[in-house]
Write a protein that binds this ligand. Sequence first.
Ligand code: ADP
Length: 239
Amino acid sequence: MSTLLEIQNLCKQFGGLKAVNDVSFTVAEGEIVALLGPNGSGKTTVINMISGALPPTSGSIRLGGVVLSGLPPHKIAHKGVARTFQLVRALPSLTVLENVITALAFRGKPLWGAQARSRAEELLQQVGLEGRGPEHAADLTYIDQKRMELARALAADPRLLLLDEWLSGLNPTELRVGIDLIMSLRERGMTILLVEHIMEAVRALCSRAVVMNAGTKIADGPTAQVLADPAVVAAYLGD
Ligand code: ADP
């Protein structure tokens, strides 16, 4: 497997706080990797630096060899990084189809008109919302809002998908559906970096896990091995 995402010696300082301290890891093409750690360990800050929401203090981020660090968010999106947000950011007054069409209009190579409509319908089918395009986004159940948010992220044809607690807040039945949906993306070859607190999902989906604690990386390896690592267990117990 070739490396898609390469993070080297990444640091982010907020005043005197080293929120991310010399973190390096890679994500290979087609892999789902979990980014784990107790609250405040720096996970969201790493995701924010990958997507360009925050500039790194130092270190580098590359996607397929192309340097992303230092670029603004829209340029990073155009280079192939898409993210979903912890709080679902949709346009509630629009229909489901219009929400996805809007996302298609903002991608690097915008799609319009009939082309956008047919691509949007394809994306809705991919996330399990086929035929639901005319419904108002505001009327969707929580899991269906999550599906729509995923369709909007996929509208960019990303090479790397960042999922920040995308599964949080789902009931057990919805969680199973959400896990299956992410699995279906993996089967289509999508590369995913997943920040997730739900260990059932991490075990089911992620071949590898990277664990942070207080800004530094404390473990990186096969998921089962990492979750059994005493240093990882101790970090979580200290949470
Ligand atoms: P996690 O996602 O693992 O819960 P975060 O990346 O959100 O952790 O936060 C890591 C640390 O950085 C925390 O101590 C947090 O308070 C701090 N932090 C995060 N964002 C900012 C910011 N914009 N300004 C100052 N401190 C921040």
